[in-house]
Write a protein that binds this ligand. Structure first.
Ligand code: N01
Length: 544
């Protein structure tokens, strides 16, 4: 039954999403005395970690860093079992946080927000849900995550396929048994690369359909040691502060030397050392890997050579080696035994870079005239990232303008936080903020704190609406692109660039200027009296 207990009511703030953004924002707003409702389309909390339950799902930011920092007792008491946490552990953590701070009572689950319209006369948002609820709020916050709209490509005959289909981003809650099955996996991004080794252990046969090979680094994951855990917990205050001012929102020992300034021997030793340590610090081997193509080539070649050492069949190894884009410019992957999986007898790789999947049949799929009969298809085909989830809600600001129309040529935000003509609508880690180019939880906390500080500022000063100035927004949009253009990122066809969605404008959507720098910009904006934002005062009669 839909929750209609508060139908037609009005609250200070409506939050969409009960992932890490929505949970922390609810906690903060409630603590500050703002009445708040959260709507969540899932049946429980956790966001990304609620939906992405595919076998092998794991975070590639270290657990000691991929966790909330806002509560000292929480960060001291929580124990992570592994260096890189598996999805069930992260979901358990989200549930623990929700219970610890008694958040679930203000969250309405199984409910999708379908529309949010700004009423200019009343200066209030009217929010509608798919359960027929209608609620008014002064503030409307999309805390919907950057990668939450799963994408299944439109391939001919897909509806005629009679076997089971799955998307990594909408995985069933019950265990899926692939024993004895022939599986097709389409997609070799982070999700596919994590799922394939686990699927291969269970299924009779796995055929991987690869359009673009990905650079992947070994995670070298291991159980958490007391010593490592203690080294973080004893210094959490300082370490978290360092994370907040770092480039990525995480600490990863960045080498401050250019790749070509050292000898070939030293370069190879550096790469090897970081490969052995595991995870994304490999990209910090030198300071110019993402800005200098020649430097980047040396790291890319090192990884290709590693693949050749691991994969026994030379033709397969060659296919798995990325050659068409610089390393790191598509999201770098981190794996547990991915390349080794291709040495198994029950795993085949099919290159579809030149010959796309032609069509599905009732019992399989056809590539280059060859039919592959499969019992199940796993789509690891990614997401309509950054804007897809925002556009699924009919959001209308001043003059009834739709967000989707305003952003037709690409997202337009000031600081990735708000968009002009959409007063009092905030986005947590929206397009134009460090978001997916950072440790998400650090960026979430910063945005949530910025939103709550803004609301407190408004309340204290009798202000009723907040909205970016057009010029500030235009300048920020330019700055986001300038920052990207100083890097190699625009050279890749990635979801950062919107390239994975047919018809999507091709531009770099997150802010790549660095987490620490972005934080400083935001702090300066506040110190300058919320420079770039304009406010409307409460009408005298309306003011209490
Ligand atoms: O999605 P992706 P993902 N025919 O878009 C292919 C985060 N994440 O779910 O590269 C055939 O990266 C597509 O091919 P191409 C992380 O930020 C984090 O894997 O477009 N293939 C690609 O290979 C990540 O980046 C973690 O040519 C098609 C794949 O599908 C983001 O989520 C774990 C196709 C999609 O890769 C998304 O990752 C998992 C088609 N029509 C995810 N369409 C960790 O923290 C698409 N593809 C570790």
């Amino acid at each position: 039954m839909p929750d209609r207990r508060k139908a037609g009511t009005s609250v200070d703030a409506v939050i969409v999403g009960a992932g890490f953004s929505g949970l922390y924002l609810l906690h903060r707003l409630r603590g500050l005395g703002f009445s708040t409702r959260v709507f969540e389309r899932g049946a429980d909390v956790g966001g990304t970690w609620y939906w992405n339950r595919y076998p092998g799902a794991r975070c590639d930011v270290e657990s000691m860093q991929y966790s909330y920092s806002f509560d000292e007792d929480l960060q001291q008491e929580w124990h992570w079992p592994e260096k890189f946490s598996a999805q069930p552990d992260i979901l358990a953590y989200a549930n623990h946080v929700a219970d610890r701070f008694d958040l679930k009572k203000d969250i309405t689950f199984d409910t999708t927000v379908t529309a949010a319209h700004f009423d200019e006369a009343a200066r209030r948002w009217t929010i509608e849900t798919d359960t027929g609820e209608r609620i008014r709020a002064q503030f409307f916050v999309m805390a919907t995550g950057c990668i939450s709209t799963a994408q299944i490509p439109a391939i001919e005959g897909i509806d005629s396929y009679k076997g089971r289909t799955f998307h990594t981003g909408a995985w069933p809650h019950e265990k899926v048994d692939f024993t004895g099955e022939r599986i097709a996996v389409i997609g070799t991004g982070s999700s596919g690369i994590q799922a394939i080794p686990v699927l291969a252990q269970e299924a009779a046969h796995v055929t991987v359909f690869q359009r673009t090979p990905n650079y992947s680094l070994p995670s070298q994951n291991c159980p958490m040691t007391d010593e490592y855990e203690r080294s973080w917990k004893e210094h959490y205050t300082d370490l978290r502060e360092n994370m907040r001012s770092s480039f990525h929102g995480s600490l990863k020992d960045l080498n401050d030397r250019p790749a070509l300034s050292v000898s070939e021997t030293e370069r190879q030793e550096t790469y090897q050392k970081r490969w052995d340590i595991g995870g994304t610090p490999f990209l910090g081997s030198f300071n110019d890997l993402l800005t200098d193509k020649e430097a980047n080539d040396t790291a890319a070649e090192f990884v290709r050579q590693q693949i050749k050492k691991i994969v026994k069949d030379p033709a397969t190894a060659d296919l798995l080696g990325p050659k068409t884009y610089p390393i790191g410019t598509k999201r770098i992957c981190v794996d547990s035994g991915y390349f080794e999986t291709y040495n198994r007898d029950n795993v085949d790789l099919v290159d579809i870079s030149e010959t796309p999947i032609e069509r599905f049949t009732p019992d399989g799929l056809v590539v280059d005239g060859k039919h592959y009969a499969v019992d199940s298809v796993v789509f690891a085909t990614g997401f309509d990232a950054m804007t897809g989830t925002l556009f699924r809600v009919d959001i209308r600001g001043r003059g009834g303008q739709a967000l989707k129309e305003k952003w037709e040529a690409g997202p337009r935000t000031y600081l990735g936080l708000m968009s002009e003509a959409f007063p009092n609508m905030f986005m947590i880690t929206g397009p134009g903020s460090p978001s997916v180019k950072s440790n998400m939880i650090i960026s979430i906390e910063q945005h949530v704190d910025l939103v709550t500080d803004s609301l407190v500022h408004m309340r204290a000063n009798g202000l009723e609406t907040m909205e970016p100035e057009r010029q500030a927004e235009d300048d920020w949009v330019d700055h986001v692109q300038e920052a990207a253009n100083r890097t190699l990122f625009p050279l890749a066809n990635s979801w950062y660039m919107g390239s994975n969605i047919p018809g999507k404008p091709r531009l770099f959507t997150p802010y790549i200027g660095g987490v620490g720098r972005y934080r400083q910009i935001c702090e300066q904006m506040v110190a300058d009296g919320y420079k770039g934002f304009r406010f409307e005062r409460k009408a005298a009669a309306a003011a209490e």
